[in-house]
Every structure is written in structure tokens, then in C-alpha cells.
Design a protein around this ligand. Sequence first.
Ligand code: GAP
Length: 512
Amino acid sequence: MTKAQTAETAAPAQSGIVDMDDLVALCKRRGFVFRASEIYDGINGFWDYGPLGVALKNNLRDLWWQDMVIAPPVGPDGKVLEIVGLDSSIIQNPKAWEASGHVAGFNDPMADCKETKLRYRADHLFVCVFEEGNVWPAFMEGEDEHAVQKRIHKLGLKGEFMRLPFTDKKIAANLAKVQGPDAKEPGSLTEPRSFNLMFKTFIGATATEDDVAYLRPETAQGIFLNYRNVLSSSRVKPPFGIAQIGKAFRNEVTPRNFIYRSREFEQMEMEWFCHPDDAKMWFDFWMEQRKDWWKKVGLRDENLLIRPHDQDELSHYAKEGYGTVDVEYRFPFTAPGFGELEGVAHRCNFDLTEHQKHSGTKMEYVDPQAPDDRFIPHVIEPAAGLTRGVLAVLADAYTADPSRPSKMFMKFNPKLAPVKAAVLPLLSKDGLPEIAEKLYMSLRGKFMTEIDIKQNIGKRYARQDEIGTPFCLTVDPETHDDQAVTVRHRDTMQQERIALDKVEAYLAEKLL
Ligand code: GAP
């Protein structure tokens, strides 16, 4: 779990970067993402994926699985890597979470505001400390500078001031002066308290403390728990990987920024088990691979970077070794800064060693060809957020275009686009709907295809632009004569004529 998401708070929209309000509105209007339990006023930190959202998420998930498990990359030595899949249980024996360090160490510091009843990540707050004066205003990290100055002015504070993290000792000794980001009076923020992020539940009917279990906060541990099963049942040996995609749950102190930080989310994680001597080579390999993969998926290069973690933000399992790097993306609310999209960590042999200690099960690997070389494998872990990836893909695809009736279009990589083709009869008469229906029926099992007969053609194109459909296939009166349709390309709006019996091959060439 990483702490420093660079400037990961609300910032004004930059030119060329979508305004979050516009993106959230589009997601609701067109059925990508809805607030969970919306009719009951929502539930903070939980989201539902609508018809187009689930299609987009599944497409991103499938591309990851394709490139990790079905056709893993070629390694630095030119050999194809071995990576196998797994789907482990969300709830495991609670001893697993003691061994992994999550029961004791998966904590975030939080501070409560007694006046507003709001809760903050203590390590995401900073305080403006004035030499003179008895009010020190606190702000959320990444706060717009203009808003900071405005509040200071409103409070009548003058002269030099110092910015200190809320967790600084000087702040702890002067809490009475600190005014919370949303408070009217100073002295309402509590001291930071450690808060375990794991969701607890009870197994069975009695619900006593002995029955406590946890919803997994990362998919990774299920992989470590099955490391021996996979080794003995599959034809793999180090170096090899186990990949898993699935839900993870964290009781985040401050879920925010739409689906960026939620309490229920999905991860795509791969644990790469290798010889300790080769860990650095594989760490560098996976770091580059993962950034390149996000580019391949369609995120713009200028919106991606690799950032090594500072020592003080490393997770408990990555304190030794080569540390962690994040693949960061320029999210609309971090811009011009970046926020974490994926972490690549050198977990050393921390997890396997701890599970060996706690379970008594040997995790050592002995190569039958070289029995003197015994080792507990080191692990390089590329850990990506699937739902966070969906947000990056949505933000990157949003393209303003005042010349269109929709004023924008979603420029998805066609492989990710929820709908690949829309069949649109120009008129709802003269036999055109029948031809359209026949074309639609021939395509629907092969590509996600829509048929849309109602409204004028401009409105139908606008809808397809908003949902990012790469190809619109228009059936018009000429179709009767030339047995062809017009293909409209989403990005250029250019049109070309394709024979009806060539449409399937045409789409296959563009999409597969
Ligand atoms: N197994 C290592 C691990 O879980 P992490 O950096 O805490 O590492 C990996 O999580 C990825 O999961 C992050 O890079 C992010 O994309 C995603 N993620 C983590 N917490 C999240 C949250 N609360 N909401 C959405 N995505 C989250």
C-alpha cells in the first residue's frame, strides 16, 4: 500500500485535460459508472459499473490476462516467460493476514474533526504555521495555491509562515491552534490515530471475536498461499509467475476522486518468483514492461511516468531490496502532477518466509537438476488497479471536439471500446431496417455490435461518439443498389464504402 499519491487532490482542469465533473457526468449519462446504492443516497467509496463500464473493464482485464497468462512477454534472454493464472478465495484463514503483516501493519494514520465530523488521512494534511497568531490553518495536500492564500487572507493572517506536515511534532504540541480544512474554529482536529484498513467480517453464526475473518486487501496473498500448490501441480519452476485478477477491499479513510480510491476495487497482480541473484534484473524488466503495457493499451506517453518510492513510503514488505517504483498517470485531479496507477515492488522473500514461519510449511525451492542450490524465491510484483486503470482509460480517451454535435468523443483503443460497431439504418423505412437487422445479426456474435434505428442520424452518431464506438455502419437507400454500407470512422469522421459481405472481414482486420 503506497502512501504518497502525488498531489492526489482536487485541482482545476488543465487545458487538454478533461474536467472531472464532465467525465463523471458522462459516465452516469451513458452508463459507464454509477454511485452504488444511488437511490439511497449512495454509500461512500463504492461504485457500480453500468452496461458500458463493465464492458470496458472486462476488455481491460482481458488484455492484461492475454499479455500476462495467454501470451506472456519474452524475457531479457529471448525466452518466453512462464506465467500461470489463479483465482483464489477472497476470504482466507485469518492467520494468513497475521503472517503477511496486514493485521499489525496495514494501517493509515487518520485525524477526525470534532467540529465538522469529517475524517482526514493525517499524512495528507499540511499546516501553515505562523510565528504570530493563534490560528494555524490546515489544508489537504495538493490544495490549489489560490484557495490556500484566500483562506489565509480571510483569517486575517499576515507575515511569514512555514508549511509543516500535520504529523510533525511541532503540530502535535500545538493542536489547539490548528484549524481543520473545513472547520470554523481552531483546535478541533484530533491527534493522528492508526487505523487498520482491512474489512472485518465473521464466519458462522456465533459472531464472536474467534470467528473474525478479513476481506482481502490485496489479491497477492492468495498467490503466496498457493505457491506450493502451483509448483507441484503445474510444469513451472523459477523464474515463473502467478497472475490473478479480482476484488480487493480496503476501508480507506478518505475514499475519493471517483473510482480512483474506493473501498471495493479490482486488482490485476502478478507475483514473479525468481532466484534472489536475478531479482534486480527482473525488477528492471517488469518496470519497463508495465509502463510499455499501459502505453500499448492506449494511454498517452506524456501522461505516464515511472517514479521510485522514497524510503519512508515503502510498504512493510518492500523495505529491503530494490524497493518499489510506481507507474504513474496524469489523472485530471492530479494534473499537472501524477498519481499511482500501478506499483512494481521487490517484495524480496518476505511473504514466503513469513508464511513458512507461521504455517510450518517449507517454501524453499530445490532445483532437481542442481539440488545444492536451495532458495526461497524472491518476488517481483507488478500490481495494477483494474478499476483505477478504467479511470485512466476513460480520462485519456475523453477528447473535446467542438465541431461535433456531441462536442466530444471517447477515443478508446478499439480493443477496449465497449461497443465495436453500430449498425444505423439512415431511414426507418424502405427496407433499410431489414438490411440493418440482417447485418447486425451477422456481426453480433463476433463483435460487440449495436443496432440503433430511432432518432435522426446526427443524434445517433453523437451517442456513438460519446460511448467511443470506433465504427458506425450506415445503411442508406443506395445499399439496395450497391449492396454496400458507409463506414464512419470515429476519430476522423471520414467515411468509406464497404460491401456488405466484406464488413465482417473489415472489422476483424481492425479489431483483432
Ligand atoms: N499487492 C500490492 C498492492 O496491493 P498497492 O500499491 O497497495 O499494492 C496496487 O495496490 C494497485 O491497486 C495500486 O497501484 C492501485 O492501482 C490499486 N489500488 C490500491 N488501492 C486502491 C483503492 N483504494 N481504490 C482503487 N484502486 C486501488
